[in-house]
Design a protein around this ligand. Structure first.
Ligand SMILES: C[S@@+](CC[C@H](N)C(=O)[O-])C[C@H]1O[C@@H](n2cnc3c(N)ncnc32)[C@H](O)[C@@H]1O
Length: 120
């Protein structure tokens, strides 16, 4: 399969799929920590370049502003709610991509459970 590991710089998931014979690409704003096929830059540029032609995408977007463990800071730190809403938009953009199989990994989030849906 042709697989995109979105928001990954470690290369761990990419390398696991590559070792099993898949064509796996990781993508992150940061350089990869492990030599391999890595797109350093924005995920949406990577997707456009590849014409969205992936069988599977596994994404690891930032959970900092969405997760339950950060809940109290949403009200205590000014500007945090705006960052949460931006993170939510990013999450939904990933979820709605025209790729047949999509898996998005994220921490436990009461916000996502309420505003989006529970993990499946
Ligand atoms: C929580 S980390 C996930 C790290 C991953 N588990 C790994 O092993 O490398 C979230 C990552 O999303 C990346 N990121 C945020 N916005 C991005 C974007 N627009 N395009 C690509 N990567 C992005 C960040 O640079 C960050 O490394």
């Amino acid at each position: 399969m042709k697989i995109l590991i979105a928001c990954e710089y470690s290369g761990v998931v990419r390398d696991a799929f590559t070792a099993r014979g898949h064509h796996a690409i990781s993508c992150d704003l940061l350089p990869t920590e492990s030599p391999g096929y890595h797109w350093e830059g924005d995920i949406f540029d990577c997707l456009k370049f590849h014409h969205y032609n992936f069988d599977l995408m596994i994404a690891h977007p930032e959970c900092k502003y969405l997760c339950f463990s950060g809940e109290r800071w949403i009200t205590e730190i000014p500007g945090r709610m705006k960052l949460r809403l931006e993170a939510f938009e990013f999450f939904k953009e990933l979820y709605n991509l025209p790729i047949k199989k999509i898996c998005i990994e994220n921490s436990h989030s009461i916000f996502l459970n309420r505003e989006f849906k529970k993990p499946t």
